[in-house]
Design a protein around this ligand. Structure first.
Ligand code: PMP
Length: 426
């Protein structure tokens, strides 16, 4: 029997669904997930010893490719000095200074261990700072799995949301207003009605959790203006986009200054580091300076911080993002051409090192468009590609990622495989 299948059967007896995060279970595409044994550069090897070109990149963090030599050396060096102290270290100052230099809106930074924590803490801070309860989020955006953010839109938009997970009290999500992405008019209506009760608006400026959907500049401009006018805080969730779409994140591309920024993924280089940061007067509300409580046993862990810092050093090499963007564009152009040759309805988009592939005639503008993708055909294409040694995200709702080790020959091999796969699913 296939060793991946064997491990999957065994895993399901002790781990719900056999996985520690749901998308890994391949539920929407079927089949046994690949159990990964090791990875290097753009490649991963599974339990059968089969190699894959990896376009998931640990869902974003592995921007330098897997097991970058300098990052591994920095991690080893940190481990030798101690795995965790639960006390202040100089390395935490260094990474906070570096983050502030690259993302100036983050005048002060607090490190946490996951994007979920960053989102939960950012919301608490916005509520604590403004003294208001209501929050605005957008359909299709994901900000981690804390209770108040696990919300789906009510039957009519502009109604407060129902929990989208069991175990979340309706009394928690009743303060969360869910609006359509890329719909500035709806945002205006929401502020006209609830303006003095809204603590914050939280957004992914380039959404990556409903596949890739770019915000329009008008949408971002409108939310910045409305937040400023009504005294609400704008939280830009850059957990995925930070150091991924550009060195300064999506906020640098849109020219918007958030009140609070969330980071994750790339800042840890594959280890559990995330962060939230803001203007000093906002961050001074966080404990121990202010009344907004927030803490973590492993926050700022020295090994994780060393891994993140070694990653942040390398992405600042001149030309890094031009190169990364060029490789990502070559991939999406190659896939689009391969699909066209086979006559499969398909399009693609990318921003920096992040891409979206859509089994649709045109690029989606929001969640409703993404829902129209041909999921069955995607599932067949996904499995063909996997067989051919290319590992894409196992869902039409995820963005894809390219690393700096995805060189021309790696992309060419992928496009070659895609030609075969598209022909099979045409
Ligand atoms: N925000 C965004 C935009 C994300 O993409 C994610 C994770 N995919 C999160 C928050 C949550 O991060 P984590 O999985 O580290 O909790």
């Amino acid at each position: 029997m296939d060793h991946n299948q064997e491990l999957f059967d065994r895993a399901q007896k002790v781990i719900p669904g056999g996985v520690n995060s749901p998308v890994r279970a391949f539920r929407s595409v079927g089949g046994a997930p690949r159990f990964i044994e090791r990875a290097k550069g753009p490649y991963m090897w599974d339990a059968e010893g089969k190699s894959y070109i990896d376009y998931v990149c640990s869902w974003g963090p592995m921007i330098l490719g897997h097991n970058n030599d300098d990052v591994v050396a920095a991690v080893k060096e940190a481990v030798e000095r101690g795995i965790s102290f639960g006390a202040a270290t100089e390395a935490e100052i260094v990474i906070a200074e570096e983050i502030r230099k690259l993302v100036p809106a983050m005048e002060e930074v607090r490190l946490v261990s996951s994007g979920t924590e960053a989102g939960m803490s950012a919301i608490r801070l916005a509520r604590g700072y403004t003294g208001r309860d209501k929050i605005v989020k957008f359909e299709g955006c994901y900000h981690g799995h804390s209770d108040s953010l696990l919300v789906k839109a009510g039957s009519g938009l502009l109604t407060f949301g129902n929990p989208s997970s069991s175990g979340v009290p309706a009394s928690v999500t009743e303060h969360t207003l869910v609006l359509e992405y890329n719909n500035p008019q709806q945002l205006e209506e929401a502020f006209a009605r609830y303006g003095d009760e809204i603590a914050c608006v939280i957004v992914e400026a380039v959404a990556g959790n409903m596949n890739l959907v770019r915000a329009t500049p008008e949408f971002i401009r409108t939310m910045r203006e409305l937040c400023t006018k009504h005294g609400a805080l704008l939280i830009v969730d850059e957990v995925m986009t930070g150091f991924r779409v550009a060195l300064g994140g999506a906020q640098s591309l849109y020219g918007v200054t958030p009140d609070i920024t969330m980071l994750g993924k790339v800042i840890g280089g594959g280890m559990p580091v995330a962060a939230f940061g803001a203007r000093a007067d906002i961050m001074q509300k966080v404990a121990p300076c202010g009344p907004v409580y927030q803490a973590g046993t492993l926050s700022g862990n020295p090994v994780a911080v060393a891994c993140g810092m070694a990653t942040l050093k390398q992405i600042q090499r001149p030309g890094f993002y031009d190169e990364l963007s060029a490789q990502t564009s070559k991939l999406t152009a190659g896939l689009t051409e391969a699909a066209r040759e086979a006559g499969v309805p398909f399009c693609a988009d990318s921003v920096g090192g992040m891409f979206g592939i859509y089994f649709l005639d045109e690029k989606p503008r929001g969640f409703a468009d993404v829902m129209k993708a041909d999921q069955a055909r995607f599932g067949r294409w996904f499995h063909e590609m996997l067989e051919l040694g290319c590992y894409f995200a196992p869902s039409t709702f995820e963005a894809g990622f390219v690393s700096i080790t995805h060189t021309d020959d790696v992309i060419a091999k992928t496009v070659e495989a895609a030609r075969e796969a598209f022909a099979k699913v045409a």
